[in-house]
Design a protein around this ligand. Structure first.
Ligand SMILES: [Zn+2]
Length: 61
């Protein structure tokens, strides 16, 4: 098994962890009902995605 040759200095550890932050989710308006919606997610209000009904109505396929 591979074993680290040297311990990681605190500065290097901090440089690596500088990318470990949480970013806020992108919010956009739903094109159907204009309510705020997370990008790349089905709209929770009208249940549409990419201009077609995904949730709710059973007639659309
Ligand atoms: Zn919607």
């Amino acid at each position: 098994m591979a074993v680290p040759k040297r311990r990681t200095p605190p500065a290097k550890q901090g440089q690596r962890r500088s990318h470990h932050h949480v970013v806020a989710a992108q919010i956009a308006r739903c094109p159907q009902c204009r309510s705020p919606r997370v990008n790349h997610r089905i709209c929770p209000v009208c249940g549409s995605y990419k201009g077609r009904q995904v949730l709710g109505s059973s007639d659309s396929r």
